[in-house]
Write a protein that binds this ligand. Structure first.
Ligand code: F6R
Length: 648
């Protein structure tokens, strides 16, 4: 026990260092085949990586040697580039002796297309530093097909002529690709033209504004080209990457997950934030690899895990079940399975309530929400104008019908997700009624002759935003909410440049703060859905946390409940409030979602799931109810789940 603890301590002390360590050296990392370092957040992690790159450049500078960098694009390396730019501007880091080779480029895009990797690299790095233009190399994605092969052979030659890569920066796709080496790529592959995997195109769809506009092919450096780099660092952020990170680090080498080839590279480190590392065995089920400190949350997690693993309800778990599944220590500490099972069962049972705003005149010692005041002021924040009904339509319905003063606050206009076709339908009706309206005719003309690589004009965005406003207002009206209780914030970050460049500004903070002060709520419901493919939910979540941190006193008496959007669900052990729905309530929720007509059928941003939002959320709510039932709780039709957010 003591020994294991010391090993763990050693590991923790080593964590901030990116120095390559042989994976699996310690008991705790025995499932891992790639060295990885886990950081609290992506900013700190990116700074460490930028520091390592700067060190290599500066060491080589002293030896009068050039540094050859392999560079990646996408959302993962952005903060690394920002930090390198900062070091150049503030600390004199020079790139005069750097030669760079980018991993890949979409096939068929002009270099000045806003979605090309040429454009990306220029925007985020090259135009801010002193690298010599002749030292910058990016695969050419703009050649006729019969010229591509020679250009790829030439690209490999250029890397060899430069002396090979000193350092290769990588991201990882959910398909398991590195560069654009999609599943099936051979370990001997070199720079070549490839066909993009469906999931890769889905992930790129938000930036291209629709999957149909994402190129089908790309030119990428091969696995062999990458593996020849002296040092490789792969970055992965967010829970969206957790599954593929686990498969890559703990699975077997296979062309099905090309990133697993990195297991045989002698100097590769994965740099992860805690969400991306969340499914590694030592993080997800630490009791399998080390002695753990059994705090309440960990105990809950272990019991739920065991119940799900053995397909047995909690109250049926025996001492033997615990002992045979690496939980002997938990039983030793807690005494016996009988008491432990009852404790956890009760704790979970107490999270289930039909009174999301608190039950008036009831003892609330074991209830998720306070009984007083009986009528609460409630803010439901909705990042887009439909997340409210999709994510918590049943709970919203209850809050309204139980007489609380509910305000729904839509944070962004959501105009980006209204297709031109849908907009045209509305404009055509208007044109029919008022054929001489110049503005309408101009807009129709704009859509019909639109250059798809350019942004929408302001007037068109306004029309699209208005369509979503009408849909959202109608949906909550159907649930019984007054028009005066519906607010549209139109947070400015949403319209700030391309998706990847959106950041929180002071104007966003002020607007959010202001509405909270104005309504002065007892309860806030907000999106804690980090897996949203285009990041809007993550930004609104970060924004809320920021405002809370800045106003701790004001938030002392406000309970903040997080919900998940259409994509993922909380784990049962993480849920602090579970609101069951009857079949009728579920139907009502579906009906409310239907009001969002432009988000049905041909929805632009639905991620890698072909089902419509109402279908997947309904399935998800029902699956959660089933999970509760399997653990031994009552058999509900569906459940919406919330997690309490504590900020201090
Ligand atoms: C980009 C590249 C890709 C990305 C990967 C992850 O040059 O080669 O492998 O690194 O698709 O993309 P993000 O970082 O956007 O999740």
């Amino acid at each position: 026990m003591k020994h294991a603890y010391i090993c763990q301590l050693i590991l923790e002390i080593m964590i901030p260092s990116l120095q390559y360590q042989k994976p699996g050296q310690f008991e705790e990392t025995r499932y891992e085949k790639i060295h990885n370092v886990i950081f609290e957040d992506r900013n700190t992690a990116s700074k460490e990586v930028a520091r390592e790159i700067a060190d290599i450049i500066q060491t080589n500078d002293k030896l009068h040697k050039k540094t050859v960098l392999g560079l990646a694009t996408g959302s993962s390396p952005i903060k690394v580039y920002e930090e390198l730019v900062r070091m150049h501007q503030k600390e004199g880091l020079s790139f005069k002796n750097v030669i760079s080779f980018n991993l890949d480029e979409y096939y068929g895009l002009q270099p000045d297309d806003i979605n090309s990797y040429h454009y990306f690299m220029n925007e985020y790095l090259f135009k801010h530093i002193d690298i010599l233009p002749e030292n910058v190399h990016i695969p050419d994605g703009n050649l006729p097909l019969d010229k591509v092969k020679d250009s790829c052979i030439n690209y490999e030659q250029l890397i060899r002529d430069a002396g090979g890569l000193d350092f290769q920066l990588l991201g990882i796709g959910r398909s398991g690709h590195i560069g654009f080496n999609e599943p099936g790529s051979h370990k001997n592959s070199r720079t070549r033209l490839i066909t993009l995997n469906h999931i890769t195109r889905v992930d790129a769809a938000p930036t291209f504004k629709g999957i149909n506009k994402v190129p089908r092919k790309a030119v990428t450096m091969g696995i062999a080209s990458i593996m020849q780099s002296k040092r490789i660092v792969l970055l992965a952020w967010g829970e969206k990457k957790a599954e593929i990170v686990r498969e890559t680090v703990e699975g077997n080498i296979s062309s099905d997950v090309p990133a697993t080839y990195l297991q045989s590279h002698p100097n590769t480190s994965f740099v992860l934030d805690k969400d991306a590392a969340g499914k590694l065995t030592r993080i997800d089920t630490p009791w399998l690899v080390r002695d753990v400190q059994w705090h309440n949350q960990m105990v809950k997690k272990a019991v739920v895990w065991l119940s799900q693993k053995l397909n047995k309800s909690i109250l049926k778990l025996t001492d033997q079940d615990y002992n045979e599944n690496s939980l002997a220590e938990l039983i030793a500490e807690q005494g016996n399975s009988y008491d432990l099972n009852i404790d956890i069962f009760n704790a979970l049972q107490h999270t289930i309530t039909g009174w999301p705003g608190g039950k008036p005149n009831a003892d609330d010692t074991n209830r998720p929400e306070r009984a007083v005041p009986a009528k609460k002021r409630v803010i439901v924040f909705s990042p887009h104008p439909d997340d409210d009904v999709i994510s918590m339509g049943g709970t919203l319905d209850r809050l309204i019908s139980q007489g609380h003063d509910v305000h729904v606050v839509y944070q962004t206009s959501g105009s980006n997700a209204v297709s031109d076709d849908d907009t045209l339908k509305f404009l055509n009706v208007y044109q029919y009624l008022f054929p001489k309206q110049k503005e309408i005719n101009d807009l129709i003309d704009f859509i019909q002759h639109k250059d798809q690589t350019k942004k929408d004009i302001e007037d068109l965005k306004k029309v699209k935003a208005f369509i979503r406003r009408s849909e959202a207002t109608a949906a909550v009206k159907f649930l019984g909410l007054d028009k005066q209780k519906v607010h549209f914030l139109d947070l400015p970050f949403y319209d700030k440049g391309p998706v990847l460049k959106r950041t929180i500004g002071k104007d966003d903070i002020d607007k959010l703060k202001h509405i909270i002060e104005e309504i002065n709520p007892h309860q806030i419901f907000a999106a804690g859905d980090l897996a949203d493919p285009h990041g809007t939910h993550r930004i609104t979540f970060d924004l809320l946390k920021l405002v809370m941190k800045q106003n701790l006193k004001a938030f002392k008496d406000i309970r903040v409940w997080l919900y998940r959007g259409a994509w993922d669900e909380f784990e049962v052990y993480d849920i602090d409030m579970a609101v069951p729905m009857s079949p009728m309530q579920l139907q009502k929720k579906r009906h409310a979602i239907f009001y969002h007509q432009t988000q049905k059928d041909n929805v632009m941003f639905k991620g890698d799931d072909e089902r419509e939002f109402w279908e997947r959320v309904e399935e998800r709510n029902m699956a959660l109810a089933k999970r509760y039932n399997d653990l031994g709780f009552a058999d509900y039709e569906a459940i919406e789940a919330f997690k309490k957010l504590e900020v201090n």
